[in-house]
Every structure is written in C-alpha cells, then in structure tokens.
Design a protein around this ligand. Structure first.
Ligand SMILES: Nc1ncnc2c1ncn2[C@@H]1O[C@H](COP(=O)(O)OP(=O)(O)OP(=O)(O)O)[C@@H](O)[C@H]1O
Ligand SMILES: [Mg+2]
Length: 494
C-alpha cells in the first residue's frame, strides 16, 4: 500500500485529504507542522508528500529543503494559497515535484497526485543486472526488477550498461518492441552516479504535438491561450537527474532542434520566454524505429541523431537469444505466482516445447503476458499446454490452397519456357546463377510483404531466422553499399 504524508495545520483540509486518499486505497499519515513531519520521515519512508506553504514554526519552503536533505526521491507537492509564480519556482528549484494553488479542484489534485506517484514508482523500482555483474548491495531495495538472460548477446548488453552507466553522456537504446529498452534505461539510471537524483520518462508518442514543447521545456504564464500558470517542464524538473525520452523517433522535428541545443549547451528556454535556464540533465533515448531511415526520410534531424548515437545499446530480439527463454519463463512463473498468490511454479514439458517452438514477435513483453495469463488460468501447481495462449499458424483455407496450386503451376510453366533458352546460351554457372536469382527474389519479396520484419519473413518462407540472415548477408556482400541499407534491419549489437 502506498504511503502519503500530509503536512498542513488546517485541520479541515487534512480531514478532507485523509478521507480522499484513504478511499482510494492509500495509507495516510498527517502532521500539523514541519518539525513533526521531518521526525516522521526519519521513522519510515513515504511515496508522496503533500506540504502546505504557510505553517507555524517552519514554513513550507524550509520544510521542503529539510525533507529533500533526507528523502531526495520522494515527490513533494507544495500546496499554497499564495499562488505567486516566484514561490512556485522557488519550490521547484528546491526539488518540489509540483504545486497546487488552494483552493484546488479534485480533478487537479487527482491528476498531479497520480503523476507524482507514477514518477515515484519509476524512481524507486530498482533494476538489477544478473548477480555476476552486479556489485554486492548491503540492503536490497524493497522493489526490485531483474534483467534476465545469460546469453552471449545479453552479457554484452550488461557489459555495455556497466560501462556507459557511469559516463555522464546520452545513450540511444534501440531494439524491437518488447525487447526491454525501458528496463535497460532504468538499469543505466540505477547504476549511474545520478541514481540518487530524479528519474523521469516521457513517452514522445503519447503527447499531442501541441503540448509537446510545453511538456518538455515548460511555459510561462500567458504564453498561449489557456496558459494560466507557469508550468515547469520535465527537463527542468529533472535537474541533476536522468530523463528517458521514449519513442524518440516520434518527436516533432521543430522540437528536435530545441533538444539538440539543450544537449549542446545545457540550456533551455520556457515557451513564451527568452530567458535561458541552465539545466543539468542526462538524456537517455529509446526507439524501436530505424532512426537512420528516419534521417534519410527527413523526419529526424541528422545532427541530433549523431549527438544521441555516440553510445548506443541495441537490444536483441528474443528469437536471437532463444537460449534465455527457459530462464525467463522460470522468472515470470515465480513472479506471477507470488503476485497472484498462486502455488503454480512448474511448466509442463509439452507446454515448454510449445513455448520454445514459437517465434515471439512481441519479444519479452509477449512472453511475459503469456505466462501471466497461464498462471491465472492454470489450476494446481503445473502450467499445462492448454493454459498457454500461443497463436497457431492458421491452416490454409481450401480456396487459398487452390489459388496456391494455380500460382505454383503458373510459375512452373514460366520457368519451363525461359530456362531452356538460358541454358542454350551456355553462360557460365547457369545452375548457381538461376538458383541464386530465384532465391534472392523470393527473399526480397518476402521481406517486402512483411515490412522488413525478418522474424515474420522467415516464418513466411518456412526457414529459420538464421538461414534468412545468412542469405541476406550473402546478398549484401554482393551488393553496392546503397542497396545494402534496404535489408539492414538487424538490430543486434554485433
Ligand atoms: N531481459 C528481461 N528480463 C526480464 N524482464 C524483461 C526483460 N526484457 C523485458 N522485460 C519485461 O518485458 C516488458 C517489456 O519491456 P520494456 O517495456 O522495457 O520493452 P520496450 O523495449 O521498451 O518495448 P516498447 O518498444 O514496446 O516500448 C516489461 O514488463 C519488462 O519488465
Ligand atoms: Mg518502451
């Protein structure tokens, strides 16, 4: 249960807020002044603190500074009846997460509180690497996520995370959807020198374009219609910390220039202001898009791409590290059995075989969801094959089987017509040339059909992904560099 600390000398408000939060399932502790709150914080840790500005003894700002000395990560929301910009900015400079102007509406309270609790979870949920690469920790944090996998490819990833975490530079994290990019970003944060400072994540695909600039860079009061208060953007709030720009490929081009300036000069300007503000934020960026292609297409700035790509981490698709699947299955089984209070802890052999035979296009996220469902559906302590909802290749319907036969016959008769003529020309290596040409066409067309997704193309062709890779490599060895780009979709690190 998440713990909220209320600090306010207004008994009526404390009563209202306590009921409001308790009804939502939070545990509430209330204090009427700053010194009492500081004592409470020394006794236990909180997930969110709501702090009044005007109080006897210590005012809100001084209480905030004292809180931040011991609890850097817990978000603090300042409540004030004196809604001046100066006070709010001062509070944010001292590390407040946000502020509410009294009297506030329930919907504003709920929105800010939900956001702050989400940030709190992200900051405090520590991501650990496998034991061999993890420095020993005296008291493991309450909430821990583990990155699983001992394949050679994952070991390379751990090595890179270890190397780059300490360096205070941007990192570009790429990989197909569900491969663990966000998890890797959190691992970098938790192993960096900024681990005691804020961590925030912005999903660039989820913010409407019109709000994007203000969300990241903030705005001054009156900067646009409806801007009725100064808003401190995520970059400023993250001062001293780490900001993950998720789905960076979706960032509007106009803002990419502003981000580049921030990376180069450590300065930003709020929307509606020409005053530069110094910021110190480490940027981590993640994407499942091919940014090189986006640069070519003109949707992503080349200079920003180079700036972000100084260090990149490429997470392998699950199929390229299938040896990690049993360990991941085991980890998710244990995690979900504990989460749902179930005794399930074994995977039946037939179920495991089914898992191993599937291609997991949705990567670890798809596997995680599959095991979560299986744990919920199973009865007893063994997950049976029938508990797994793994999509099966659909059997061809009679009409399509007929069409297939027609097309194959058509192809055969065309080949029978053309091949004798080629043979009569008695060119060198006729056999190898024809086979190679047919295979190249087959692979190129299958990739086109699957939007360059190699896992799906291999499935469509009925060959393994490695065989497809091998053939593609052969193709690209023969081709000039420009043509090579077309098929370069392999996001693995080597
Ligand atoms: N190596 C791993 N070990 C354990 N859990 C993992 C691993 N990789 C991913 N996961 C889990 O899989 C889920 C998806 O991971 P994550 O959100 O980091 O993927 P992503 O690459 O950011 O996906 P998307 O591109 O769709 O945003 C998460 O619940 C994450 O905890
Ligand atoms: Mg993600």
């Amino acid at each position: 249960m998440e713990e909220i600390l209320l600090i306010d000398d207004d008994e009526g408000l404390v009563h209202f807020l306590s009921r409001f939060f308790e009804r939502k399932g939070y545990a509430v502790t209330a204090c009427a002044d700053g010194p009492c709150a500081i004592e409470k914080i020394g006794e236990k840790s909180f997930d969110l603190i709501l702090l009044d500005y005007k109080m006897p003894e210590l005012n809100g700002l001084d209480t905030l500074s004292a809180i931040k000395d011991v609890e850097v990560k817990t978000p603090v929301i300042l409540m004030t009846a004196y809604g001046t910009t100066e006070l709010a900015i001062e509070a944010m400079k001292r590390g407040a997460y946000d502020y509410l102007v009294k009297p506030f509406e329930r919907k504003d309270l709920s929105r800010i509180v939900n956001e702050a609790l989400q940030v709190n979870r992200q900051m405090k949920e520590v991501v650990r690497l496998p034991a061999a690469t993890e420095p020993s920790e005296k008291s493991p944090p309450a909430s821990t996520l583990q990155i699983i996998g001992n394949s050679r490819k994952m070991q390379e990833i751990y090595k890179l995370i270890g190397q780059v975490a300490e360096k205070d530079v941007p990192v570009l994290i790429t990989g197909e959807s569900g491969t663990g990019k966000e998890l890797a970003a959190k691992a970098i944060y938790h192993h960096s020198r900024r681990k005691e400072k804020p961590f925030m994540a912005v999903n660039c695909a989820a913010i409407p374009e019109s709000l994007f600039e203000s969300e990241l860079f903030g705005h001054e009061r009156g900067a646009f219609t409806g801007a009725d208060r100064t808003y401190i953007g995520k970059i400023e709030r993250c001062h001293g910390g780490t900001l993950l720009l998720d789905e960076i490929g979706e960032m509007p081009t106009a803002l990419q220039a502003k981000l580049l300036r921030m990376l180069q000069e450590n300065e930003i300007e709020r929307l509606g202001s020409s005053q530069s503000i110094k910021v110190d934020v480490r940027i981590l960026a993640a994407t499942n898009k091919d940014l090189e292609k986006a640069v070519e297409a003109g949707t992503f700035r080349k200079d920003l791409y180079w700036r972000l790509n100084v260090i990149s981490l490429n997470l392998p698709p699950l199929m390229d590290r299938s040896e990690d699947i049993p360990e991941l299955v085991d980890y998710f089984l244990k995690r979900f059995a504990a989460e749902y209070d179930r005794s399930v802890c074994y995977m039946a052999e037939a179920a495991m075989n089914k898992i191993l035979a599937y291609s997991w296009p949705g990567n670890v996220r798809e596997l995680e969801n599959c095991i979560r469902r299986a744990v919920l559906l199973s009865s007893g302590d063994v997950v049976a094959e029938g508990n797994l909802m793994i999509p099966q290749a659909a059997p061809p319907c009679p009409a399509s089987a007929e069409r297939h036969e027609q097309l194959i016959n058509g192809l055969k008769s065309k080949l029978e017509e053309i091949i004798p003529e080629i043979l009569r020309l008695s060119v060198q290596d006729a056999h190898a040339n024809i086979i190679e040409m047919v295979e190249d066409t087959l692979i190129t067309k299958a990739l086109e059909e699957c939007d360059n997704n190699q896992v799906q193309a291999a499935k469509m062709l009925g060959i393994s992904r490695n065989t497809l890779r091998h053939r593609l490599k052969k193709q690209s060895d023969k081709q000039p560099p420009e043509a090579e780009e077309e098929t370069k979709t392999d996001p693995s690190i080597d």
